[in-house]
Design a binder for this molecule. Structure first.
Ligand code: SF4
Length: 110
């Protein structure tokens, strides 16, 4: 889990605070946590500036599948809050990590 948090939270999440680790992570982190075989591919992700979701659309149903099982979605996620303009929010690292895997051609059951 330590390595996963390093890659996903420290590496990809703009909300990451090293002194405030939540016991339960976002939907993406929890989904990835039980799929350790994906960690090597995650470590190879190279995000580009401006490419928050590695080229995937915000409304990609595979990404919604992650958000729909996230404990922060209803109360705690600006990115999936329709009241927050897109220019004022960003996806979390867990969602970005899953998007990066999908964009790299990984077949994920979502
Ligand atoms: S973008 Fe929001 S709802 Fe989706 S996984 Fe991240 S925190 Fe959860």
């Amino acid at each position: 889990m330590q390595r996963l948090r390093q890659i996903v939270c420290a590496g990809l999440c703009r909300y990451y605070k090293p002194d405030k680790i939540e016991p339960v992570g976002c939907g993406g982190l929890e989904w990835l946590k039980v799929r350790p075989a994906l960690q090597a591919a995650l470590a190879g992700l190279r995000p580009q500036p401006g490419g928050q979701l590695f080229g995937l659309r915000d409304d990609d149903p595979r990404l919604w599948a992650i958000c729909n099982q996230c404990g922060f979605r209803v109360d705690g996620c600006d990115f999936r809050d329709p009241a927050v303009p897109a220019s004022q929010c960003a996806p979390c690292g867990g969602l970005r990590a899953v998007a990066g895997l999908l964009a790299a051609g990984q077949e994920l059951e979502l």
